[in-house]
Write a protein that binds this ligand. Structure first.
Ligand code: PEP
Ligand code: MG
Length: 571
């Protein structure tokens, strides 16, 4: 048996097809005619853009609009004037289009790959994908594509790229195994969106999995069974059928209200990072957008979007949500989010540095542009925009943010530009300081939203991306649970709604506790909506309260986990 990171749930049984990456260009080929080489490059870029646009259309049908955007950004990269200029200069120095393109792309890929920031590393993945496709076009060789795979194929590759994923036909490909990549790599996001069971990070998979051999992939547990016997094969067909049945049962929750077993109402919103994601949020059964990570609008570009572009993006987001609540979080840069289009200093300890609202208050020109755009979008018809500040740790930050929003409104009014007379303002509770101030923050906010991803890290003093302390980084730690209970109680006391928007909001073990603490709104990734609704509907409030009382009295993580897992098995 092999084991890796479980990336996309489900079971796939089928025959192995290994996708090999070919080394396409060696050395520094020379050219005799720089102008002719540049024309070849231009033609390859044009062809690449046309091919990719077609792949985007295919992906829209199989994975969805938002995920197709992953490939769209490769078109922008290929057309980037700076990239073309750098490749052109190498061609002028006598190099062939292929070797010039490879050298420049490899330089950037290396730079991106060494970044601490996950998103920047993902950019490197996209760039490598684009480079491979362009080199194939320049050299006139067929790219490696899974589109020819027969039915019942398990794709095995060193690393899958987003463009390879566009060739994945759900009827032919039953599972995917890769040696590299992780849960948040782009190919993994696409695999989840398409519902293909996938396991990543399986070292040595290509050497161990024979072409044509029959294997089983368990995308829920991250297991790969290399030589299954008949008994095992039958057991896994059964497991697969059960998984598909479970998924079908969830459908029943798609167009329902979110109600606990004892009749209390809840709401489930979605976390999105692209304007087009809001329509997907509703399609997934979400009741609006609980967190739009607006900093994503500033990624993959050299200059930040201007006021017009941002206004259009926020209108698209809110109208895509069909006038349902749309919480737009202002730029959350810093920490693990490096955004090249925004000014950022190198910091010794970026997680304790200029992040979120702190950064916005230091870069008021950029912040004011965003606030003006939000206010302008707020008057568009069929929109319900709410503004949320990230990483708040003092009352002054909240007040200053609100003051700048007032100033932005006054500016627009004096310029005669239509804008919203009022937008609700919320604060994220992600730092221990915000927990202790939750009561005061509640008094001065229209809503609070708990970012458990960061809050867990800051309460436990554990870096959220550091695997050596990953066992300690747990939302179920008694200290974190008590913080959550306290924040919720402040909201209840002040009559201010508190929602949860970190990943933990979709953990079935945490949901009954959150319900008991007085949380009525969850914001989760679109794929998790139906699962959360189903869990909420399975808990009667008195039973959730009993569990919460028991758990809050516990002293250790182990005791908490044991109690919650037992309760989940019984529910
Ligand atoms: C969080 O910290 O829980 C959160 C939702 O914000 P992000 O993951 O974008 O830091
Ligand atoms: Mg956060």
């Amino acid at each position: 048996m092999l084991h890796g990171t479980a990336v996309s749930e489900g079971i796939g049984l089928g025959r192995v097809m290994v996708l090999k990456e070919y080394a396409l260009v060696h050395g520094t080929h020379r050219n005799a005619d720089a102008a002719a080489e540049k024309t070849r490059l231009l033609q390859a870029v044009q062809q690449f853009c046309e091919n990719t646009a077609q792949q985007v259309e295919m992906l829209k049908n199989t994975a969805g609009k938002e995920d197709a955007g992953i490939l769209e950004c490769q078109i922008e990269m290929a057309q980037d004037p700076a990239l073309r200029e750098e490749v052109g200069a190498l061609i002028d120095s006598g190099r062939s289009a292929e070797s010039a393109l490879k050298e420049i792309c490899d330089r950037y890929i290396g730079f991106f790959a060494n970044s601490h920031d996950e998103l920047t590393r993902l950019r490197g993945e996209d760039l490598r994908d684009m480079r491979q496709s362009l080199l194939c076009l320049l050299l006139g060789v067929e790219g490696t594509s899974p589109s020819q795979a027969p039915r019942g194929t398990v794709l095995v590759a060193h690393e899958l790229t987003p463009s390879m994923m566009s060739g994945v036909d759900r009827d032919r490909i039953v599972a995917i195994v890769t040696e590299a990549g992780g849960r948040v790599s782009h190919a993994s996001i696409l695999a989840r969106a398409m519902g293909v069971p996938t396991v990543c990070g399986v070292s040595g998979a290509i050497g161990r999995l024979r072409e044509g051999s029959f294997i089983i992939v368990d995308g829920t547990r991250g297991d790969i069974i290399i030589t299954p016997d008949q008994e095992m094969i039958e057991a896994y067909w059964l497991k697969r059928a059960e998984f598909i049945d479970e998924a079908k049962k969830m459908e029943h929750f798609r167009h329902r209200k979110t109600v606990s077993a004892s009749g209390q109402n809840y709401q489930i919103f979605c976390n999105i990072s692209m304007p087009s994601g809001s329509a997907g949020a509703l399609n997934s059964g979400g009741e609006g957008v609980g967190l739009f990570r607006s900093e994503y609008l500033f990624m993959n570009r050299r200059q930040p979007p201007d006021e017009e572009e941002q206004t259009a993006a926020y209108i698209q987001t809110a109208q895509g949500a069909q006038g349902r609540p749309t919480v737009i979080r202002t730029i959350d840069v810093g920490g693990d989010k490096e955004i090249p289009s925004l000014p950022q200093e190198q910091e010794e300890n970026p997680f304790l540095g200029l992040r979120g609202i702190r950064w916005c208050l230091k870069h008021q020109e950029i912040f004011m542009t965003q606030l003006r755009a939000l206010l302008r979008a707020g008057v568009a018809e069929n929109t319900d925009i709410r503004v949320m500040f990230p990483m708040v740790s003092t009352i002054e930050e909240l007040r200053e943010g609100r003051e700048l929003l007032r100033k932005a409104r006054a500016q627009l009014e004096s310029q005669g530009i239509p804008c919203a007379p009022y937008l609700p303002v919320g604060a994220m509770v992600e730092t221990p300081a915000a927990v202790f101030l939750a009561d005061s923050l509640a008094v001065e906010s229209d809503f609070l939203s708990v970012g458990t991803n960061d809050l867990t890290g800051y309460v436990m003093a554990c870096d959220r991306g550091n695997s050596t302390v990953s066992e300690m980084y747990a939302v179920f730690q008694p200290a974190v649970l008590r913080a959550l209970q306290f924040i919720a109680s402040c909201g209840v006391k002040r009559g201010v709604p508190v929602s949860i928007c970190g990943e933990a909001a979709s953990d079935p073990r945490l949901i009954p506790l959150l319900m008991s603490f007085g949380i009525h709104s969850f914001s989760v990734s679109p794929g998790a909506v139906l699962g959360v609704r189903s869990v909420v509907s399975s808990w009667a409030n008195p039973r959730a309260d009993k569990l919460a009382r028991e758990v809050l009295g516990m002293q250790t993580l182990e005791e908490v986990m044991e109690a919650l897992e037992r309760a989940c098995r019984e529910s």
